[in-house]
Design a protein around this ligand. Structure first.
Ligand code: GLN
Ligand code: ZN
Length: 801
């Protein structure tokens, strides 16, 4: 790949770096066959040691670099990003900055790193892990830094510098990717011991010298470019608007890049800086980044727009046009993208233009090539041909930016056949059967306001109380029970055809019976069937609904070693037949206690799938809402008295800019109501949201009109309960009383204390007792005692009422 972009009239005289014509902002890091997941999990299970883990990670990094070069990225000039991580890029920054909280003092190296990620217990000492929250509007979770007035910053650049050296030894000049200083602090929360009103961003001045030192070390290791991720610039959701305004963020960026770009002798002491702003529109931040002395700016031109007029300052910079969607899997219409790339120079006034992805590719699977949808049927063969033509995973996207880069440097004729093939694929997708189904469109078009209404909440409360007869502080779980090795083995054997469907289903019924018995023994009040038959809470439904396809190896990192396999929503959605009814009915037949029917809500199904880019999200949400509504009504008819519709992703899809949020909340909340409003007043609707920091969605939670809402609360010590009450929420609430993300077993005293905190701010008649989330990733060794403690604590607090 030629590097023909030129930087005109750079003021940073010493810096002669030109940015390569094509790049990607990041690449999947879990490995094409989840090599990193396996290496991490064997290390955590103490089956392997540190050198084995380091080896596996280094092998994967080498493979990634080789693959990116093979796909056409330049080996030099910083075209290949170095964006690997053992767990999380924000944790990597915390570790490198020496900014981990005091409870981890005394630990070092990977012990420190993984303790911060996962907590420690037993002989290693009791330490809570860092809190985890969603990364921008994705389903990736990062570990939230805890910053206080006393946090000290001390550089340990080893985990960034090592891979740069390693690449140099392979003759590759990689571009390390680091969370930028302003975004790092915006992503942070105030440490527990910080005074009220403390803002992590106030520590910027102390942080910058450490970043400056990091840049010098990266340069010394041979990096010609560094990528600093300042996506905080495009997001309002990180701002605690009471204390930090967009203007404060702009001022912080100005100060930060004066220190990092201007004050450090350019080109000598530091690598050239690519300032990245992904996941949204730069908007009023265009002049801010243009006024810095960084050498290049990467902008998201999938979510964001070009500025209204050229921006003074950009004439000395390269604008990396993020035209290839890093966050979705559709093959790009390369002709249209090339037009957009061609418009960038004039629209922005940039000195040079390069082609990039809109975001890191960490949000898409590695490679579409090995996937097959051909199941031997004619429909399977058609789907297989279609999806191979329509989809682009990470490797295909690298090919797209490379082709667009060639079009930019050598003219479109040089890649005419690639552009033509892309256009043909886009046209073929538009016209293919199943993409638009008239019967589905007719049903969504006929929806009336009444279809979204359930009737007065107060009447429902009375009717449900009568029907269910539950005690105060009823105990329940979020739905899934541990997915044991036996369950997964049975599913795999069934998939391979070694276990008949009858035998598989019998195994699942046996598991349900076991889980129901266990819950009765534990004394839980509202039972679940345990979700043994579900491989995943979204994929399970995607396999049963029309309009979706699933992958066999399309893994995407969710957090740490956890991966999900997002389904692909390619056509109009409908439900050919009931999906969960017989399982719920079977579980209910085994017990006198109510069993919750368990469904995944429309927004979550969409958020954890790759959604269509050819119809409005609101239309898809209503299609799924109607399919689920039919299921909810069928569950009720089958005798199920409590139905839970999980919407853990409600906040995730929230647009990052405030101005877009109302419209989103309208359709998302509407689709939940559409799914749940078909039942009688005495049927209790639950929902589950995985997180506790509601921010802008707090009003929407009430708008869902669910009778009971369970949320995460243990790590934040029930803080959310008074917050919800302050926001006027007056329905049933189940703040999680223990954190299921760690194997720690909470003591009865601990759970009791949390419940006592909760009853201080919520009417005990509204309070439910449950864990933070589903138990599928836990083992029985910790699940059984944890739930026993939960029930015991609930009884203890119940007795004091
Ligand atoms: N019902 C699901 C479960 O328990 C909910 C999981 C989730 O919210 N992520 O597994
Ligand atoms: Zn959850």
């Amino acid at each position: 790949m030629s590097q023909s972009t030129t930087t005109t009239g750079s003021p940073a005289e010493a810096n002669t770096a030109t940015f390569p014509a094509a790049t990607v902002l990041g690449y999947p890091r879990i490995g094409p066959n989840r090599e990193l997941k396996r290496a991490l999990e064997s290390f955590w299970a103490a089956r392997t040691d540190v050198p084995a883990l380091e080896d596996a990670a280094a092998t994967l990094r080498t493979r990634t670099r080789a693959r990116l070069a093979e796909l056409g990225l330049a080996r030099t000039g910083g075209a290949v990003p170095e964006a690997s991580s053992f767990y999380d890029q924000v944790l990597d920054a915390s570790y490198a900055l020496g900014a981990l909280p005091a409870r981890f003092d005394g630990l070092a190296g990977l012990d420190l790193y993984f303790a911060a990620a996962r907590g420690t217990s037993g002989d290693a000492g009791e330490r809570a892990p860092l809190e985890m929250t969603k990364w921008f509007d994705t389903n990736y979770h990062y570990l939230v830094p805890e910053i206080g007035p006393g946090t000290t910053f001390r550089l340990d650049a080893s985990r960034f510098v090592g891979p740069v050296r390693e690449a140099a030894a392979e003759g590759l000049d990689t571009r390390p990717v680091v969370v930028g200083p302003v975004t790092y602090l915006l992503l942070s929360k105030a440490a527990d011991d910080a005074p009220a009103g403390f803002e992590p961003l106030s520590r910027l001045g102390d942080l910058l010298p450490v970043y400056a030192e990091l840049l010098r070390e990266l340069r010394a290791a041979g990096a010609s470019w560094v990528q600093l991720d300042e996506s905080g610039l495009v997001a309002d959701h990180l701002l605690d608007t009471a204390t930090v305004s967009p203007a404060d963020v702009h001022a912080a960026v100005k100060a930060a890049y004066r220190a990092l770009a201007t004050d450090l002798a350019a080109g000598v002491d530091r690598p050239a800086i690519l300032l990245q702003a992904s996941y949204g529109d730069l908007g009023t931040a265009w002049p801010v980044v243009a006024a810095t002395d960084v050498e290049a700016v990467a902008v998201d031109l999938v979510r964001g727009a070009l500025p209204a007029a050229p921006v003074p300052g950009l004439e000395t910079k390269t604008v990396v046009a993020g035209v290839v969607d890093g966050h979705n899997i559709w093959r790009a219409d390369l002709g249209a993208k090339a037009d957009l790339v061609d418009a960038v120079a004039a629209a922005t006034g940039a000195g040079a233009v390069a082609v990039g992805t809109s975001t890191s590719l960490q949000h898409v699977p590695h490679d579409v090539e090995p996937e097959s949808w051909d199941d031997g049927t004619a429909a399977g063969a058609e789907l297989d041909a279609n999806l191979h033509a329509w989809l682009a995973f990470a490797d295909q996207k690298v090919g797209e930016v490379v082709a667009l880069g060639t079009a930019l440097t050598d003219g479109r004729d040089a890649v005419a056949d690639v552009l033509a093939a892309a256009s043909a694929a886009v046209a073929g997708r538009r016209d293919a059967a199943g993409v638009r189904v008239d019967a589905v469109r007719a049903r969504t078009a006929a929806l009336q306001p009444g279809d979204f209404e359930r009737g007065a909440h107060a009447e429902r409360v009375t009717a449900q109380r009568e029907r269910l007869g539950l005690p105060a502080l009823p105990t329940t779980t979020i739905g899934s029970f541990p997915q044991t090795v036996e369950i997964r083995r049975a599913r795999a054997a069934h998939a391979r055809g070694e276990l008949t469907t009858d035998a598989y289903e019998q195994a699942m019924r046996d598991e349900i019976a076991r889980v129901v018995t266990l819950q009765e023994e534990l004394g839980l009040d509202v039972l679940v069937h345990g979700e043994a038959e579900r491989n995943d809470m979204v994929q399970y439904f995607a396999e049963l609904l029309d309009g979706f396809a699933v992958t066999t190896n399309g893994w995407v990192q969710s957090y740490g070693s956890r991966c999900t396999r997002p389904s692909i929503l390619w056509g109009d959605v409908s439900r050919p037949e009931p999906m969960t009814v017989r399982w719920a009915q079977y579980a209910q037949s085994l017990t006198e206690k109510p069993v919750k029917g368990m469904l995944t809500g429309p927004v979550t199904i969409m958020a954890w799938s790759f959604v269509r880019d050819d119809v409005p999200l609101a239309e898809t949400a209503n299609q799924i809402g109607l399919a689920l509504r039919d299921e909810v009504v069928d569950l009720e008819a089958a005798g199920i008295a409590v139905v839970q519709v999980d919407e853990p992703a409600l906040r995730e899809l929230l647009p990052l800019r405030q101005a877009d949020q109302a419209a989103y909340l309208d359709w998302s909340v509407g689709s939940f109501r559409l799914a749940t409003a078909g039942v009688r007043p005495d049927t209790q609707v639950h929902t589950h949201l995985c997180y506790s920091e509601f921010g802008e969605v707090i009003g929407a939670i009430d708008g869902l009109d669910a009778d009971v809402t369970s949320i995460e609360a243990a790590r934040s010590r029930m803080e959310v309960v008074p917050e919800l009450q302050d926001a006027g929420f007056s329905r049933g609430v189940g703040p999680g009383v223990y954190d299921i993300h760690s194997p720690r077993v909470p003591s009865v005293a601990e759970v009791t204390e949390l419940l006592e905190l909760a009853v201080k701010s919520v009417d005990p008649n509204l309070l439910w007792v449950n864990p933070d989330c589903g138990l599928k990733t836990r083992g029985y060794a910790e699940t059984t005692p944890s739930l026993a403690h939960l029930v015991e604590a609930a009884h203890a607090v119940r007795a004091t009422l």
